[in-house]
Write a protein that binds this ligand. Sequence first.
Ligand code: SAH
Length: 227
Amino acid sequence: MHEIPDTFKQKGLRRQMIERLRSRGFFSDSLLDAFEKVPRHAFLGDNAFDEHAYEEKAFHIGAGQTISNPYTVAFQTHVLDVVKGEKILEIGTGCGYQTAILCQLGAKVFSIERQRELFEKARITLNQMNFSPRLFFGDGFKGQPAFAPYDKIIVTCGAPFIPQDLVNQLKPGGIMIIPVGENEQEMTWIMKNPDGSLEIKELGKFKFVPMLEEKQRSNDKLFFRKP
Ligand code: SAH
């Protein structure tokens, strides 16, 4: 087992982040507990100051991508209403922080990332923390049909539209949370009814990096790796 360094200062900054989230008044104790247990600084790479890890800001993680703001991660997790043992598909692993939070809450996580560099880095970080999500390198627009259906689906990049493949891979009664829009996104909650129809609610504006299709379709194959 690898030890993630977690200094007194880092623990203190993390506690302050959690108090800021708690003061919003609607996050559950179990959600805040997961945020306490996952050392967010470990996802930012060696060059980041501890302060950056725990500010309510998105932060660059390389390959032109960002780690989502802790409030955004908490908000999406809250809305997803994670129950232990649920199968959750995540689109946009990025650095793996949201993935770790879902694992910490006891979900069986399947996560797809289209940038190889981030896919590889997230695998190492999550492995060091002894989390074992199934990580895939590929195009999230297609989901991961081999393991469908999913209880929940979470998209962590700004989607230009609601991908039909993801809707198809959601269980009846399942919930998807997806930011939809180009420059700014509307956080969209979708529930699939038993008859396949969708209930849709809009939960407010957020800002994400865009959900992009794989550039080279010939390289579009999904590679499966256990972290
Ligand atoms: N979940 C991350 C958010 C990372 S930002 C966190 O916890 O901070 C969004 C990520 O989505 C980026 O890494 C980006 O490369 C990825 N992404 C964009 N389009 C994608 C697609 N079609 N399939 C899979 N990942 C995608």
